[in-house]
Ligand binder design. Structure first.
Ligand SMILES: [Zn+2]
Ligand SMILES: [Zn+2]
Length: 125
């Protein structure tokens, strides 16, 4: 045999934010991995075997293998739930908490000056 075949599984806790509504996400994933670690007394330095994993004496360093397995299993865009409606584009409210959320028609910008005058009047009263 040219090495040791390592097979295993690992679970990891995930902490992140929903890509749509920024809600905190706590989750867990389990990954499986398998990799051949070759004996380090062989010469693999040439060419195409750069990617080969090696034993270090009698020891196996699992860090890279574990990290790659977990990172590949991570969702590209984590969501708090599959159909998360995200945030209101006008005010940033979380639409899942407030699905019937609506806004009055925005004030026509040409009248915005009047609204400011009205506000001044109220301040003087
Ligand atoms: Zn969400
Ligand atoms: Zn809103």
């Amino acid at each position: 045999m040219e090495g040791v075949l390592v097979t295993g599984s690992a679970s990891a806790e995930l902490a992140g934010e929903c890509a749509r509504c920024l809600e905190r996400i706590d989750d867990e994933i389990e990954v499986r991995f398998q990799e051949l670690f070759v004996y380090d007394d062989q010469d693999y330095s040439s060419g195409e075997d750069d990617e080969v994993s090696m034993l270090e004496g009698d020891l196996v360093d699992l860090e890279t293998l574990l990290r790659d397995a977990v990172v590949l299993a991570l969702p590209f865009q984590p969501l708090c739930e599959d159909d998360c409606p995200g945030l209101c584009p006008d005010c940033g409210a979380r639409l899942k908490d407030d699905p019937d959320h609506s806004h009055e028609e925005p004030v026509d910008p040409r009248w915005a000056g009047l609204a400011a005058l009205k506000q001044d009047e109220q301040d003087q009263d």
